[in-house]
Design a protein around this ligand. Sequence first.
Ligand SMILES: [Zn+2]
Length: 173
Amino acid sequence: MTVRPADYCPNCGTATTTREVEGRERRYCETCERPVFHNPTPTAAAAVVDGDSILLVERAVPPGVGEWTVPGGHLEADEQPAVAAARELEEETGVRADPAALELVGAELLAPFGDKHAVSMAYAVPVDDTEGTPEAGTDAAAVRFFSREELDADAHAFRPHVPGRFERVLDAL
Ligand SMILES: [Zn+2]
């Protein structure tokens, strides 16, 4: 299983071929005699909500440098989604939240980063249930709250899913 179409088998290193498996054209390893499935990677994100504003971070590392997004990232292999969301929130913004205080507001397939696909589990938490002052941390160039008006004003670049996430998060809390 890979997040991008695999040119080589991740198990044995053989160059893959393609063949139809379960109704789709897929990469296939002739040595292992099995398909190399291309699947989205799970990610989790935590939106801190203050009135009609949510906390966003400006991405400092590729892909999407300079774009604002909800703090989040990949799950470790042994990590529950809400724990990952709280960890990423603290790493990127310095804001701490108890994973148990995070409310799941949905899950969505994100617009791909090139040919990399990801699913985001979207959490939200009221700012009153968090601790710490927002400060740009790992992978973040800046961090600040954005209101709905600022989101609509077109003065900043946002990841494609941010406007929809904004609505979903504000509706949920
Ligand atoms: Zn193989």
